[in-house]
Design a binder for this molecule. Sequence first.
Ligand code: ZN
Length: 73
Amino acid sequence: MDSMTTHVYKSGTGRTEFARVLIEMDAKKGKDSIELQYIDCMQQVRGTKIVKVEYDWKPKVCSYCHVFGHDFE
Ligand SMILES: [Zn+2]
């Protein structure tokens, strides 16, 4: 999480329009949404929520040779 998102999460105060987080995913399976799981102190999943994902930046990837750094055109 970025510092603002972390502050809101840890303090329980303030509001943000969005959360900025770093997540790891399969580069060939970019997603437009992800499922968040709410986990309690016993590590039990207490709920889930689908959230929309927006990307600040996506690398170019070639649809022909599947290499990052250039596109097919
Ligand atoms: Zn290529």
